[in-house]
Design a binder for this molecule. Structure first.
Ligand code: AMP
Length: 439
């Protein structure tokens, strides 16, 4: 069967695996990145999870490594990513797309035994998928040499930056040969990452799938503004509202609910369970085994609601999430983009609801600036309070005096950029003639 993948110059072993995965056509990032990576160019991909970015680098990587002969007993490809979950997910995709080749991969992440990892390194995997810290541990003990690793992929660059991995990445770069090819992927391009990109990429091909900080048009985004309550009642007010919203939406199939703090992840999970809503909590304090189980149960539909912290959920590819809730407005604005990117994936519709109190509206405005989009707001106020807020009583139900009522604020759309943009939002440094140097 001929598909658009057939024209991308990938070997049959790879196109047949892609076909078996059920993909008919490459996504935009794949269409553009694959030929350039196969040509050997460095690449800067501004694309968030959900765009098909993993296959956009794995397919050419597998093609390059499976068609070139390996003389070394050392890894030839390295994929760096910020979290263990993402590493495991990339490894799953590697096995899926590379199933018709003899290539092997090894995941090197924290939370698992050093000894087992050392034994696996000794079996000379072709590709290593790793979080930077644990990888460096093995390198500094002399257990792992990267002198033949000519393909480096840095996935979720902005997350790496947030998690303080940039110095580790620089150390790893010093261990690679100078004739390496680097592909850097990131959903956003903060200044510090841009500086590193400028230093490490040589004449990179640049792809931008979503303008910085923008969000998929497939996601219907709403803000639920609640009436302010005293500090001690904030949590319960939001929890009650969340429960009502979940129970009141017949289209809700499953959801990820984000909290800013681990403690609130636990508290909310307990609260929802106590009200009969089955759920699971995902945060950084869980053991790796438990985190994997929670994710598996959610992915297979065994658990319908996942209460998560940001770090634990980054970059996760969980298919078909119908709803994302921001139980807390994210502290780091860019997390908004990452959080809601869990839904509306691969062309499917999704809904993202941010719950906030009136006094948090300035933060919502900052988010709107970042995503260049005005968010629809619904007010959940007592009637008399509501009239003040929206400046009109038209929306109010006559019987609603004592009841909570909601009102939708009329939207004033801001100039919105289309979701998919190619090469017309290039960071300045890539347009200016710049001297690139390998560090
Ligand atoms: P990613 O952006 O890499 O996290 O991928 C998001 C989802 O899209 C994953 O579940 C992939 O399996 C899926 N996917 C990747 N490429 C394609 C494609 N060409 N057609 C359909 N689905 C795809």
């Amino acid at each position: 069967m001929q598909t658009e993948f057939t024209h991308l110059n990938l070997p049959d072993s790879v196109t047949s695996a892609v076909r078996d995965a059920g993909y008919t056509d490459p996504t935009l990032v794949q269409k553009n990145a694959i030929p350039k990576i196969l040509e050997g160019l460095d690449l800067l991909g501004i694309a968030q999870t959900g765009t098909g970015k993993t296959a956009s680098y794995l397919l050419p990587l597998i093609s390059i490594l499976s068609t070139k002969r390996s003389r070394a007993l050392m890894p030839r490809g390295l994929i760096l990513c910020p979290t263990r979950e993402l590493a495991l997910q990339i490894s799953k995709s590697f096995k899926l797309y590379g199933k018709n080749t003899k290539l092997t991969d090894l995941t090197i992440i924290g939370g698992t035994s050093y000894k087992d990892q050392e034994r696996a390194i000794a079996r000379s995997p072709d590709v290593i998928i790793a979080t930077p810290g644990r990888l460096l541990d093995h390198c500094s003990k002399g257990k792992l040499l990267l002198s033949q690793t000519k393909s480096l992929i840095i996935d979720e660059g902005d997350r790496m930056l947030d998690m303080g991995f940039i110095p580790d990445i620089r150390k790893i770069l010093n261990l690679l040969p100078s004739n390496r090819q680097i592909m850097l992927f990131s959903a956003t391009m903060p200044a510090e990452l841009e500086t590193m990109a400028r230093q490490i990429l040589i004449n990179p091909f640049k792809i931008e799938i979503a303008p910085q900080g923008s969000t998929s048009q497939e996601i219907e985004q709403k803000v639920h503004v609640l009436e302010q309550v005293s500090k001690k009642d904030l949590f319960i007010k939001k929890s009650d509202h969340l429960l009502l919203t979940i129970n009141g939406d017949p289209k809700l199939k499953n959801s990820i609910i984000f909290c800013n703090r681990k403690k609130d992840v636990e508290n909310l999970a307990n609260f929802l369970s106590s009200r009969g809503l089955e759920n699971a909590a995902l945060h950084g304090n869980l053991t790796q085994i438990l985190r994997n189980k929670v994710l598996d149960d959610f992915s297979t539909g065994k658990t319908k609601h996942l209460i998560a912290s940001d770090v634990a959920s980054r970059g996760l590819d969980i298919p078909e999430v119908s709803h994302v809730f921001n139980f807390d407005v994210p502290i780091n604005l860019e997390d908004y983009v990452h959080r809601i990117g869990r839904t509306g994936r691969a062309g499917k519709r999704g809904k993202a609801i941010t719950i906030c109190f009136d006094r948090e509206k300035p933060i919502i405005e900052k988010i709107e600036k970042l995503i260049k989009k005005k968010l629809a707001k619904q007010y959940f106020y007592q009637k008399d309070q509501l009239a003040d807020k929206v400046g009109s009583s038209d929306h109010l139900s006559s019987k609603a005096e004592e009841k909570m009522v909601e009102s939708e604020e009329k939207l004033k759309p801001m100039s919105e950029k289309p979701w998919v943009q190619m090469d017309n939002h290039i960071p300045d440094f890539l347009l200016k003639p710049t001297t690139y140097s390998k560090n």
